[in-house]
Every structure is written in structure tokens, then in C-alpha cells.
Design a protein. Structure first.
Length: 747
């Protein structure tokens, strides 16, 4: 059970209208509101079911009727003085929410059996949330406010959500007013450090203010009631409870009385003591999380026992986390994999500084790598839904898997027998396990030896080409070998050659019709060249970049040889993937500008007379060699527009790539189209999903093609397109014909 103290979303005044009550119910997604008098006393409860039943009974419906006319005045409530256990007894399968009232009958909380979660400002700590990462600065500022601010800056740069500190009242917390003389050696050493290195209250508050300026949440551990009072004056949003105070029920009672979220470390406590603390917190109805911890500095790996996290979750019925004092951060990554949703690690700028916390602290670059590792692990979690083949796997399946092929000629209508079916690579066609579905069927089409069988040979027939009507020029992608077969299958305005690096060694004349083609010409440059060379005109390696320029020049030369056969080709477009990828991590925004400059320089060094080179907009996670890399260029609308204006360049707008980039950047795709459309020379139209699901069939992803078509009509009128469907050329171009049918009303 949890008790929410922020109740504004659950209330409406009794004299307000039913229509406003329904709006509030829709907004809070709880299905009800509490009706309050002008003095704030709960008068009744109104559910969406109550409103429906009232509507059915009315002859003349007035949605401006006051809430009081419909609200149910017979409702179950609980006094705020009850223990959490007693309040929880009122929750049943039928009663999912219980209003918690003060002595005057005013609403002070809403109890429910919602999934346990802890809210700290804008952060939600729950099983379904990313890990909340705390940089435990503690007293590692060594009593210097300048160092504290530097630590905050580094914590922000490292990706921490929270910078945490500690506050003690030396006079009230320790014997002899905190003077260490006469204490045991360990206590004497600790008290000496605290006396030297603790910031005073006013200085600490200034550091909290600095945290807010820098966009990181400040938290603090109060070690005593006096410190808690000071922090309450400041307005802390929640508190971290030190391991040493989990058994200090006097302080725990004071912390719970604030009704603010608590993050409680469990180091140095037995299970019985943890259970007692949980019982206290639950009885006060305060939201909390338990942090597994071994309070040794540094903690031996053999003593950490991460398997206890699951038991701790059951004991607390709450989110759990991990507060680590071991060397390094590998244990933290394992804790996240085991369900920790709060991570706390000590943070310093120099492990050689005086103080025992420094020695078990992470340096800024280590903390940053830890956060990156946490996020990578969280991305890998996925869900429990049935397994699907990922985009990258589909590409590798195409190359590495096997298909069913026919080993002889067969005419349409003739039966398919088992002995005429072979299993061969690549995996472009029907999977081998579907062989029995073919045997005994009549062939739906003519086959030549070596032809693939496709799903459409056993399922619904494939789409067939026909004349199409579009508001802009259109065509399809083709290769040399299928040029003459595909060129006349519809009323195309253009053809886009997708060249491989091996195509550059071929004589185009061997594939071209002597009569030529009454079409425009677009060429898509290879991205991969011999020797695993990926085109990168932005490379900092001069030799690598020169090789990319040389390969681009070969593409230009081939395009010039193709041009005379295409009667509408005046200045053929050449689409390039200009480069800018990285293997292990994306580049910072500041690091991108020199790469754009190198691309512009390389484009100025090739002889592009008679053609127009257009860089393609790119996705955030391109697929190279069957695996993912990071892309950095031609993804951000402002970058693209700036490059185009600065260098007089236009682009190929691949809407799938750009939709993925906008999703990844949490940017508006509509605004992207509005900005980049005027600088677009050619379009690749295709669907997309998530951040790396590119090349999808139209209507199978997340792109709103109706809205996109309307926007492009305004920003890129008359610009030609192809349907860039992945594997659309298979089965006689079936994927292209399906795409064109689905696009016909939108472009």
C-alpha cells in the first residue's frame, strides 16, 4: 500500500460541473474524484460509473449540473491517525482507493494498492523506471565550498541524477560536543575529520542552490534531529537515511513525520532490524526505498551478497537499490541487472585526498562510465513479450540463413514436388522449415532454376505493378541486373540505381537498352567498398578520407556514363552516406562541426561537373556489417539546414532515417520536415519504428504518411521519391508495389 500526499489531482469542488469532473477523472486516470466543500471537507466520491448511471436515468441531460447531485456520500474513509496496517485493511478488490482524512474531515492523503514507487521531484523510482543515480559527495568537499561546486559540476557531466551530502550537528550528535579526545581510535579519527571538513549550514544551503542551478537534485543525509530541522527549513524534497540510523527509531520517526520520501541504506543491520524499520515506515505511510549495502570501506566482494536484493524487495514491498562501497563499479552494474532502481556511489576528484570516503569513491570518468553501463544494461532488458527478429538480425539472416530454391524450370499451374526443392543460401526467400507447405501445390508463377520460393507462393498473392498517380515524380530502386525487367512495369518518372562497389567495375553499356529510357536518373553511391572501407568524407585520417574521395569520384564517373541513356537526366543526383559514424559512443555536439567542415572540403575536391551530390539524412544507429554503430551527422535539422545554406548543398531526405533520429532526440518530426524540406532534392519514403527500426513497409511503423505528405507538399513540392522498402525488390518488386499502393493517396 502507498499513501499519496499530493492529492490535488483527485479533488473537485461539490458545486463544480459534472463536465469538469469528468475532465479531472480523465486527467488523473484513476476513475474517480473526491467532492469537496468550500472549506475542503470531503463530501462524497464521484466515479465515471456514477456519471454513466446518472446519465442513463435522466430524461433531460444537463452536464453543467453540480457534482453534488451525483456524488456518492456513502464512502469508506480512514482517519489520518490510523496506522498504515489499519488503513490497508479498508482496501479491497472493490475499494481500490481510500481517502485519508484529518480530524476536520479534510483530505490529506489517498491510500491505494498501486505498485510501490517513490517520487523525488521529477524522478520516479519504481521497478519499471530507469535507475536513479546518486553521486554521494558526502564530505568529500573537505569543507571547501569551491570544491563542493566543482564536484557538483562533475556529477552533472557524469550523468548523475542527484548530488548527495551529509549534515551533522556536532554539538548534539556526539559526546563531549564532538571532541574526539578519549574516544576509541576509529571514532577519534572520524571525529577529527568531521571537525575539519564539514560545511556549515549556510554554506551547504548555497551548494544546494547551486545544484538546482545546474539541474541536478540535491539530497542530504541528516544525522540528527537538529540537522533534520535545518534541512526542513531549506525545503528538502526527501532524505537519505544512513545505514547507521536504520536502527535509530527516534530519528526515523522524525524523518517519517516529514511525510517525504526516504531512501534507507541497510548496511550494518540484521534482517530483524530491517523488518522493524520497515514496520515503522509502513505504519507512518511514508514512501520509501531500501538500499542494500555493506558498510565496509572498501567492502570485500565476497561479503556484498547481491542475491539479497530480491529478499530485501519482498521484506519492504518497495523499490530497492544498492549503495556501494566496493572498489570499481562492476558490482553496481550487476545490481542494476538484479533489479536495483537506486544506485549510490561515493564521488571524488582525487582518491588521495584526506578522508576515508575518498578511497572508495569513483573519479568523474569512472562514474560516467558506470552511468553509461547502467543505461546500456537497462536498454538490454527489453520485455517479456514473445521474441521477435530484430532489424539487425533480419539483415544477418538475409546473408547467413538459408532459403528454399527450385532446381529446375517450372511453369505456372504445374505441381511442386519435393525433389525439385533445394535448400541454399542466402536467406532471401521462404525459410526451409516451410518446405512441406510447398509440396503438392500448383505453381502460382513461372520458375527458372535457382529461383527463390517466397511466402507469397504459399500465402496471399503478391501485389502487382500498375500505373500510379502521384503529385510528384516517382520511381523505384533498381540494380543493373533487373533494370530492363523493372523499368517498364509502371509509369515511372525516374529510376534510382543502387550501386555496389563491384558494380563500379562493370561496363554499364552491357545492361542498358540501346533505345535508352524516357526517365530521369538518380544514383545511390555504395557505402561499403572493397577491403571493408566505409565511405567517410569526415574522417580525421587524411589517407582514409582520400580513399573515400577516390571512391566517390568513381561513382561520379559511372553516373556520367549512365546519363546519356536517360533522356530526362539533365543533372543526375548522386546520393551519398557522407560519413561521421563512430563505433563505441556518439560524439558531442561540439565535436560535430569539424566533421561537417571536412565533408564540405572533400566535396570541393571531387570533380562533380554535370552531377549533383546530395548527402542522405541519417539514422542514429546505422546498421554496418550486420551490427550497429553510432551516427552523428545529418540527423539534427538545425545542423542540416546550416550545412546546406553554408555550402549550397541539398540533401536526400530519408524519412525513415529522420523519423528514427527525431524519436531518439525527442524532437518533433513535423518540425524537422518543415525545416529540412526546402533543402531537399530527393526523397526516400519508407516507414520506421523506435530508434533503429528502419526500412519498414508503409503502414507497419510509426510514420503518419498523410500528415507527412501534406507537409512535404508545402516544403518540398515537386521533389521526386522512391519507396525505399528494405528487401522491396524481392519477388519481382512486391514490396515496392505494396508501398506505392499505400502511398498513392498521400503523395
Amino acid at each position: 500500500m502507498i499513501i499519496e500526499r499530493n492529492v490535488a489531482k483527485y479533488v473537485i469542488f461539490s458545486d463544480d460541473s459534472l463536465v469538469n469532473a469528468l475532465r479531472r477523472i480523465s486527467e488523473n486516470k484513476a476513475g474517480f474524484v473526491f467532492a469537496l466543500t468550500e472549506t475542503g471537507i470531503v463530501e462524497g466520491v464521484l466515479t465515471d460509473g456514477d456519471v454513466r448511471r446518472w446519465l442513463v436515468a435522466q430524461k433531460n441531460i444537463d452536464m453543467d449540473a453540480p457534482v453534488s447531485t451525483v456524488a456518492n456520500r456513502q464512502f469508506v474513509s480512514a482517519p489520518d491517525t490510523d496506522t498504515a496496517d489499519k488503513i490497508e485493511e479498508r482496501l479491497t478488490d472493490r475499494i481500490r482507493y481510500v481517502p485519508v482524512l484529518d480530524r476536520q474531515g479534510r483530505l490529506v492523503g489517498v491510500a491505494s494498492r498501486k505498485a510501490a514507487e517513490v517520487r523525488l521531484g521529477d524522478f520516479v523510482i519504481a521497478d519499471s523506471s530507469p535507475a536513479f543515480v546518486i553521486a554521494e559527495i558526502g564530505n568529500n568537499h573537505n569543507g571547501r565550498i569551491e570544491l563542493a561546486r566543482r564536484l557538483v559540476d562533475e556529477a552533472v557531466a557524469a550523468g548523475a541524477h542527484c548530488a548527495k551530502f551529509q549534515l551533522r550537528s556536532m554539538d548534539t550528535l556526539y559526546r563531549k560536543n564532538g571532541q574526539g579526545a578519549g574516544e576509541d581510535l576509529g571514532a577519534e579519527y572520524t571525529l577529527d575529520l568531521l571537525a575539519k571538513f564539514q560545511l556549515d549550514v549556510d554554506s551547504l544551503f548555497k551548494v544546494f542552490d547551486y545544484c538546482k542551478e545546474k539541474g541536478i537534485l540535491p539530497l542530504c543525509t541528516p544525522w540528527d534531529r537538529e540537522s533534520l530541522k535545518a534541512l526542513e527549513r531549506y525545503g528538502m524534497l526527501g532524505y537519505k537515511v544512513a545505514s547507521a540510523d536504520l536502527t535509530n527509531h527516534d530519528l526515523m520517526e522524525a524523518l517519517a513525520a516529514t511525510r517525504k520520501p526516504l531512501l534507507c541504506s541497510t548496511g550494518m543491520s540484521s534482517e530483524a532490524e530491517i523488518v522493524d524499520a520497515v514496520r515503522l515506515l509502513k505504519s507512518r505511510g511514508v514512501p520509501f526505498a531500501l538500499l542494500h549495502c555493506n558498510s565496509t570501506y572498501p567492502a570485500p566482494f565476497k561479503d556484498i551478497n547481491l542475491n539479497y536484493l530480491e529478499r530485501l524487495r519482498r521484506l519492504g514491498d518497495c523499490p530497492v537499490g544498492y549503495s556501494g562501497h566496493e572498489r570499481g563499479y562492476s558490482v553496481v552494474l550487476a545490481a542494476v541487472a538484479k533489479g536495483a532502481r537506486v544506485i549510490e556511489k561515493h564521488f571524488t576528484l582525487d582518491r588521495d585526498m584526506e578522508g576515508n570516503d575518498h578511497r572508495v569513491s569513483l573519479l568523474p570518468d569512472e562514474f560516467k562510465r558506470m552511468v553509461e553501463g547502467i543505461r546500456e544494461i537497462e536498454q538490454s532488458f527489453g520485455g517479456s513479450e514473445p521474441r521477435k527478429v530484430t532489424q539487425g538480425e533480419m539483415m544477418n539472416r538475409e546473408v547467413l540463413a538459408k532459403s528454399l530454391v527450385i532446381n529446375r524450370a517450372l511453369r505456372q499451374g504445374e505441381p511442386i514436388t519435393a525433389d525439385m526443392i533445394d535448400i541454399r543460401s542466402p536467406g532471401r526467400g521462404l525459410a526451409p522449415y516451410r518446405k512441406n507447405e510447398l509440396v503438392g501445390r500448383a505453381a502460382r508463377r513461372d520458375f527458372n532454376p535457382g529461383d527463390f520460393f517466397y511466402p507469397t507462393d504459399v500465402e496471399a498473392p503478391a501485389a502487382e505493378p500498375r500505373p500510379y498517380r502521384f503529385r510528384r515524380p516517382f520511381g523505384i530502386p533498381i540494380r543493373y541486373h533487373d533494370l530492363n525487367e523493372m523499368a517498364g512495369r509502371s509509369n515511372f518518372d525516374l529510376l534510382e540505381f543502387h550501386l555496389s562497389y563491384k558494380d563500379l567495375d562493370l561496363d554499364p553499356a552491357k545492361f542498358l537498352s540501346k533505345n535508352g529510357y524516357d526517365l530521369n536518373l538518380v544514383v545511390h553511391s555504395p557505402e561499403l567498398f572493397a577491403g571493408d572501407h566505409l565511405m567517410d568524407l569526415s574522417s580525421a585520417n587524411p589517407d582514409y578520407r582520400r580513399r573515400s574521395e577516390q571512391e566517390l569520384q568513381r561513382v561520379i564517373d559511372v553516373t556520367r556514363r549512365l546519363k546519356p541513356s536517360f533522356k530526362k537526366a539533365h543533372r543526375p543526383l548522386i546520393i551519398i552516406n557522407a560519413g561521421g559514424f563512430t563505433l563505441d559512443a556518439p560524439l558531442s555536439v561540439a565535436a560535430r562541426a569539424p566533421l561537417y567542415d571536412r565533408i564540405a572540403e572533400s566535396l570541393s575536391r571531387v570533380d562533380a561537373k554535370g552531377v549533383e551530390i546530395i548527402p542522405q539524412t541519417m539514422p542514429p544507429f546505422p546498421w554496418h556489417f550486420g551490427g550497429q554503430r553510432y551516427h552523428n551527422l545529418f540527423m539534427d535539422a538545425a545542423d542540416i539546414v546550416d550545412f546546406c545554406k553554408k555550402h549550397g548543398v541539398r540533401v536526400c531526405l530519408d524519412v525513415s532515417h529522420s523519423k528514427l533520429a527525431c524519436t531518439h532526440a525527442k524532437a518533433s518530426f513535423q518540425e524537422f520536415l518543415e525545416a529540412v524540406g526546402p533543402h531537399t532534392a530527393h526523397l526516400h519514403i519508407v516507414d520506421a519504428q523506435g530508434v533503429d527500426g528502419e526500412g519498414l513497409q508503409i503502414g507497419e511503423g510509426e510514420v503518419d504518411f498523410r500528415a507527412m505528405g501534406a507537409t512535404l507538399d508545402q516544403t518540398a513540392p515537386g521533389v521526386g521519391f522512391i519507396p525505399e522498402i528494405w528487401q522491396g525488390h524481392k519477388n519481382g518488386g512486391a514490396g515496392f508495389w505494396t508501398a506505392l499502393e499505400r502511398l498513392e493517396n498521400h503523395f
